[in-house]
Design a protein around this ligand. Structure first.
Ligand SMILES: [Zn+2]
Length: 90
């Protein structure tokens, strides 16, 4: 029981790293709990998934600036990256 609990807690570390890179938190949690020694360096070394990060931003209610393609807040009128006006309707 103790070892199982430790594995579950340790699995949260690569899961959190993977989620930051746009990957599935749940899948990486299982992976990290089962194979922490492998999953931790794997999560640190892997490249972030651009489409995953994009999905995550859209899920967080962000929109894409039509000028510079950076993600900005849904309510923004001016892009905080390029400083240009952004249309209200995304
Ligand atoms: Zn912009």
């Amino acid at each position: 029981m103790g070892i199982f609990l430790i594995a579950v807690l340790l699995g949260l570390i690569p899961a959190a790293i993977a989620k930051g890179k746009g990957r599935s938190f749940g899948a990486w949690w299982l992976y990290g709990a089962a194979l922490f020694i492998v999953a931790l360096p794997h999560s640190l070394l892997m490249r972030s998934s651009p489409s995953g990060i994009e999905r995550q931003h859209l899920a967080d209610g962000m929109k894409k600036c039509q000028h510079c393609a950076e993600f900005i807040k849904q309510d923004a009128n001016v892009c905080r990256y390029c400083g240009r006006d952004v249309k209200l309707a995304a």
